[in-house]
Design a protein around this ligand. Structure first.
Ligand code: DNO
Length: 387
């Protein structure tokens, strides 16, 4: 696989020169300053490409070219927004950037309740606490009938939390669930929003009446519309699975499991319609057999996210080590079946001073460097194995 790294542009504290020193070959980035829905001009695309190439690297993957909410829920302006998307794709294609990651998750991209959950060794990680998430849903968001979506054990955890929750604790949950994990991924809520919870409620309301079937239909509509441009410029689209892989906050999610992946691939059976194999997102659902999914979908995978989670009996989940045997199996599959596919490590721990640097949640330097070293070691070992 090609060793890539998610880099957030010239203002990223982690510089391209640093990345060259640690064995990174390709860059994963986006034009983060351009608002969702606007065209990425050829000039802007080339400026980013030249900047990366001047440092001796290449722009391997766009993550993400965001799909506007209106395309997802089927708003009145969706055709115009799809035209803009196609124009951005053409400009990327002209510049030779041919792998584009996106997601089709309504409103919320990935979800975590804790960004610095302490590990016994002094490092910290991302963590998803189902009780806290349900508390956010029921008592902060106040979503109608939210309690119906949780089992009794989780509701009992919510009741316990209610006894000890403070205003600061609530603010931390809002920050972690809908602000800090979202803003930098071109999300809907940014650090500057004065009332993020109300803004979030308004966004959820856009999906009233949109169920999984409707969302699937809208995804196929979008993919069918952009496929001619993808064929013309040989652009591989790769949807990121839903994280966590299940409906949340009353919103449908449609890239969560084997059947979902099969369905969107079959709905638009063009090889340019592919998957980002994010082992981490898929593994946050106990229903998914990650090594088996990797084998099954390697041929339609255009981008790999190397990380993996452990789901706990109470429904919480946390990141596991990059040396987890399931991840070793996944790396082996892609090294053998798709040797050149871009791969980046993801959601590594905060360690050795990372916590003081203000990195985007999940995107530490030392933690990711160690993880890249681990995955590189697995890749090298796979090459010594006899098939
Ligand atoms: C989280 C990321 C996701 C991903 C988007 C792709 O760390 O993996 O935010 O970039 O879902 O559109």
């Amino acid at each position: 696989m090609e060793k890539t790294w998610r880099w957030f542009g010239p203002n990223d504290k982690i510089t391209l020169e640093m990345l060259r020193q640690i064995g990174v070959e390709g860059i994963v980035t986006a034009l983060h300053r351009i608002p969702n829905g606007e065209v990425w001009s050829l000039d802007e695309v080339n400026r980013m490409k030249d900047f990366i190439e001047a440092a001796g690297l290449r722009w391997s993957v766009v993550e993400s070219l965001p799909v506007s909410e209106s395309i997802k829920y089927g708003g009145e302006d969706r055709d115009q927004l799809i035209e803009n998307y196609k124009e951005s794709l053409r400009n990327l294609g002209k510049a030779g950037v041919r792998t584009v990651c996106y997601n089709f998750m309504p409103v919320l991209d990935w979800a975590r309740t804790d960004l610095e959950y302490p590990n016994p060794d002094g490092t910290s990680n991302l963590y998803f606490n189902l009780g806290e998430f349900a508390y956010f849903d029921i008592h902060i968001l106040g979503r109608k009938d939210a309690a119906r979506d949780y089992d009794e054990v989780t509701l009992a955890r919510v009741d316990e939390l209610r006894k000890v929750m403070t205003p600061e604790g609530e603010k931390r949950l809002v920050d972690n669930i809908i602000v800090k994990t979202q803003g930098f991924v071109n999300g809907n809520i940014s650090e500057n929003d004065l009332d993020p919870v109300q803004k979030f409620r308004d966004l959820l309301a856009l999906y009233d009446g949109i169920d999984a079937d409707k969302l699937r239909e809208n995804m196929a509509y979008f993919l069918n519309a952009i496929m001619p441009v993808c064929r013309e410029y040989d652009i591989n689209m790769c949807v990121h699975p839903d994280d966590p892989p299940r409906p949340i906050l009353g919103l449908p999610r449609i890239v969560t499991c084997d059947a979902d992946i099969r369905a969107f691939l079959d709905a638009v059976p063009d090889p340019h319609n592919g998957l980002t194999f994010c082992a981490g997102s898929l593994s946050a659902g106990a229903h998914n057999d990650i090594p088996a999914l990797a084998r099954k979908y390697a041929s339609r995978t255009h981008f790999v996210h190397a990380r993996i989670c452990n789901v706990l009996p109470n429904g919480d989940f946390k990141e596991s080590t990059h040396l987890d045997p399931r991840l070793i199996d996944v790396v082996r599959t892609f090294e053998r079946e798709r040797p050149g596919v871009p791969m980046r490590v993801d959601h590594a721990p905060l360690m050795l001073g990372d916590e003081k640097m203000g990195y985007n949640a999940g995107y530490s330097f030392h933690g990711r460097m160690l993880a890249l070293g681990m995955v590189s070691g697995i890749m090298a070992t796979v090459h010594t194995e006899k098939i």
